[in-house]
Design a protein around this ligand. Sequence first.
Ligand SMILES: O=C(O)CCC(=O)C(=O)O
Ligand SMILES: [Fe+2]
Length: 351
Amino acid sequence: MSPTVTIPIADITNLQANDNAAFNSVAINCSAVAEIDLGPDTARVVSAMIASYSIDDLSGPRLLFAAREISRALQMNAPGAARDAMQACAHGELDVVIAKNLFAAPADLEPTPKEGEPSPAARVYALANAGLTVACGQLPVAVSNENNGVYDRHVRVRAANVAEASSFGGGEIGPHTEHAFRYDGAHGRFSPQVDGICLTGLRNDDAEATGFAVLRDVLSRLNPGSIKMLQLPIFGMVPPDSSEATEAAAKMSVLYWRHGELSCAYRADKIIVPDSADAKNAVADLNAAIARVARSVTLLPGVAWFARNPRCLHWRDEIKNHTRWLVRGFGLAPESPAVFADPHRPELIQY
Ligand SMILES: O=C(O)CCC(=O)C(=O)O
Ligand SMILES: [Fe+2]
């Protein structure tokens, strides 16, 4: 007998992406970023583990199993300070963990694939992202309307889109959080944003940077009036170019409360701002605040950036070298109200 309880979709009226519960302070004016070195021993162990996995480990229960194995290897091999940082991230005290030596730079990596799939040996590097995600307190997940519902996404220029500054072409240039646009598949609701994003360098010969801005820093620079304005459900959002969805979402707020924290659903290049001076000023204020507190990280091979997605904006800073190759994976907080559609795909959330 199956232990799965299926809740009819029509009955899930209380499963809202935005829970509107505000119990944290809005402007915590401190840094929320830790840079850790997992150490060469960890890198060697994780690389050996990656070499032993196959692409069958990139989906379903096997992904959760492999991610927990790698997370355990991180806990057992990383220095104490690195373990503390991952724990602090799991507890919501940190919003970003930058980890060196997640794996050893792959020696025999194929040329950066422009079209089609990377080789199985390259794809399984995403399991390092999944392991770090678990170590930071989240489940590795894929979403149904993006990347064909596959966990590992490979961030690199595609031949047909070299000139485009878009998530399907050369790079994601504008500041954004993932799933600012998030219609829930056929059900017409907003899905929760994924709680985590992990980007890891596979190849980055020109040391191109990934920009990011921690939301608590951004909020500390925003006028209170803008913070109020950005919480109104008056904004529209066009799906990103990488999404399989085509219809714009309406009545969305840019800032909203979730899991007790003010969270951000924003994509600078896709937002539809209503025709009001207050709304336009608030978005300009937001863009200026992001620019003022922007930081950057260079994702060299084996360097990972894990961020609590709705609490940190990110973007590609520059495009110089079309061979740059990052691997990306999403994370979901265990308390997320995300809808899971298939008992055989516990890593897949319905969008
Ligand atoms: O290319 C980058 O540095 C950022 C990529 C990005 O925004 C993403 O993969 O979600
Ligand atoms: Fe992104």
